[in-house]
Design a protein around this ligand. Structure first.
Ligand code: ZN
Length: 345
């Protein structure tokens, strides 16, 4: 998101990082300004993911033999071909892999017993129960070409205003943040739909304009979302690396709702770590950070987090964020976090 990190440093961390603030500010501003390259080369994976499973499973107690969708994207680890960063964390997949079909009454022991069937008949754990998850992929593909629209000021909560939307940042190679956000969001959508969540996206393509940040917040509120996850990538100095999960430091819906957002944040943080991702070495603390200036958080009355999945100006993060396996790894971590939060609630 670029701008998110920049605003931040004027806050309480501005004092702490005072010495470096000017440097960072310059870097982020540059990133923000960069024109979006005309390429839209990213289409394949995201569009496939987006259309992979249009099915939602509102039912809680459907017979377990009828899998809603056989999950085109097995929730196993990411491709073994890629140099996936330390995929040593397999407990994430344990629930699905361990699922065993209910034995069919076993009339006679004449058939070869259905022992360890290696066939991938695993079913997604339908823990969603039709609960609404709003996914908010930051920015949008046509924002850069519509400055008048996205620069219009809108309500950002607590008396603040902000531009309707921004272009976001990009990697040094020109892979844009809106593409990245979309890639992770559609993968997350697919995983959660397979688990029985009612997933709704604040934008339904990657070539539109906006919506404005206040509209994105209202979207989650109007949907009475059980969870709102806003997905971004940061544009910081090259040494900054890792993700951080943000919540509002001025809760707009009271202490109880703020506590739910905090629980969501720490649960997702833990899940991302379990998925092999690293908390930021630069911003926040232990992968968590409270912000007072983000409309998406300030205006939300639901359990809401905004996540900078990594720093697109850091070479390691950029490589991961630009790759399909990397985006799948991130989506998987987010899904596990949402799942765990819902399960705990
Ligand atoms: Zn962003």
């Amino acid at each position: 998101m670029g701008q998110h990190g920049r605003r931040h440093r004027r806050g309480r961390f501005g004092v702490i990082f005072g010495a470096t603030a000017a440097l960072l500010l310059a870097g982020c501003a540059a990133a923000e300004q960069q024109a979006v390259p005309p390429s839209t080369s990213f289409t394949p994976a995201s569009s496939a993911a987006a259309s992979a499973s249009p099915v939602t499973v509102p039912g809680l107690t459907t017979p377990s033999s009828e899998s809603p969708t056989p999950s085109p994207t097995p929730e196993s680890t990411t491709s073994s071909a890629e140099p996936a960063p330390e995929q040593t964390t397999e407990p994430v997949d344990a629930p699905d892999d361990d699922y065993t079909e209910p034995a069919p009454a076993r009339p006679e022991p004449q058939e070869p017993a259905q022992t360890a069937d290696p066939a991938p008949e695993q079913q997604p754990a339908a823990t969603g129960g039709g609960r609404v998850v709003v996914i908010d992929p930051g920015h949008n593909g046509a924002n850069a070409a519509n400055p008048d629209t996205i620069n219009a000021l809108v309500d950002a909560g607590f008396g603040q205003t902000k531009p309707c939307n921004t272009t976001g940042t990009s990697t040094n190679a020109g892979y844009t943040e809106h593409q990245f956000n979309w890639g992770v969001a559609t993968r997350l959508q697919s995983i959660l739909q397979n688990r029985g969540f009612d997933v709704r996206m604040t934008r339904t393509s990657d070539d539109g304009v906006g919506p404005c940040v206040n509209k994105r917040a209202a979207f989650g509120n109007d949907a009475n979302a059980a969870v709102v996850v806003s997905i971004h990538g940061d544009g910081d100095d090259a040494g900054a690396q890792g993700f951080y999960v943000m919540t509002s430091e001025r809760p707009p819906a009271g202490a109880a709702m703020a506590a739910r957002s905090d629980a969501l944040a720490s649960t997702i943080r833990d899940a991302l770590v379990n998925a092999g991702l690293s908390p930021s070495n630069h911003l926040g603390s232990g992968g968590l950070w409270k912000r007072g200036d983000l409309a998406g958080l300030n205006l939300s009355t639901r359990p809401t987090v905004m996540i900078e999945m990594g720093n697109m100006r850091n070479s390691s993060d950029a490589a991961l964020m630009s790759s399909s396996p990397g985006q799948q790894q991130m989506a998987q971590g987010l899904a596990e976090g949402v799942n765990a939060y819902i399960g705990a609630g």
